[in-house]
Design a binder for this molecule. Sequence first.
Ligand code: SAM
Ligand code: DTB
Ligand code: SF4
Length: 325
Amino acid sequence: MRYDWNVDEISELFELPFNDLMFRAQQAHRAHFDANEIQLSTLLSIKTGGCPEDCKYCPQSSRYDTGLEKELLMAKEEVLANARAAKEKGATRFCMGAAWREPKGRAFEIVCDMVSEVRDMGMETCATLGMLNEEQAAKLKEAGLDYYNHNLDTDPEYYKEIISTRSYEERLDTLKHVRAKGMSICCGGIVGMGETRRHRAGLVAQLARMNPHPESVPINMLIKIEGTPMENLDDLDTFEFIRSIAVARITMPASHVRLSAGREAMSDEMQALCFMAGANSIFYGEKLLTAENQDADSDQALFERLGLRAEEKVDVASSRRMVNA
Ligand code: SAM
Ligand code: DTB
Ligand code: SF4
């Protein structure tokens, strides 16, 4: 496994003829995975809107008028009912997201309880709650959290165009605490935010230089939300999105690369190309956090047409041993 990728090398991958890039990605994919299996994660927003951060893409920032109603922390029973429904539909991982800068006080304790109870249902647990300190990471681990999602979002240089209220370094610190407490990392970014190809290569370099690599790498296509500063950006060339997935697959061959936000606007053919480029995970269910997603029925129909299968639950501890081998 390589952890020394530099931005020039990754830019060269982006420059490859499309067919060559896809071939390289498929070789990497098949060396580590069954290429016809897709991991299914279901998201739930457990605390929506009113976030003090200024992430320019985000419908949940209180700085933009996106028409979203700010809500209180969802009741535990409702969260558990959602997790049960997700499990019944075939999801193996349940990810709870909160529009917080960082978790605090009683709400954090309640989230830890939610994590424990979802894990007791036999699902993998994931949470995305903003920045964590060492103590919070330890508490989540103790509660039974398998994965923590915290994205780098973009290249370190381009980052200052997107977010001013939290630094890149702070993000890396949170990831360090998560890793130190023995949880798996879900970390990726967004493409289509007006960045250059070099910036996309820079984001992938940040991820692929982590040792070990993040176990899950969500690649999000920007959803242009009305009311955010990004609502009128030009669309990214769809092949460039597929290339980003392929480059993530080649540089982090044993990680689950997730075709994440933006799938609702993608054709079946586009999604099939993303799977061919090495994506082997999706968000499954009608909603992401606040935005629409493909519905489960259309995903099942697409899987049927492509001969894809949902991945069975893997033992997190043993997959970690494989990654480190
Ligand atoms: N508040 C926490 C945080 O930012 O760490 C957790 C939730 S936040 C909504 C999780 C991730 O969703 C962001 O890091 C970003 O990558 C992604 N995201 C948010 N809005 C998006 C959009 N409009 N399009 C694509 N991805 C988006
Ligand atoms: C990730 O990388 N994408 C997800 C998840 N991690 C938390 C979130 C996408 C959010 C899209 C906008 C919304 O639903 O509000
Ligand atoms: Fe808040 Fe997370 Fe949205 Fe940023 S991405 S505004 S931190 S909810």
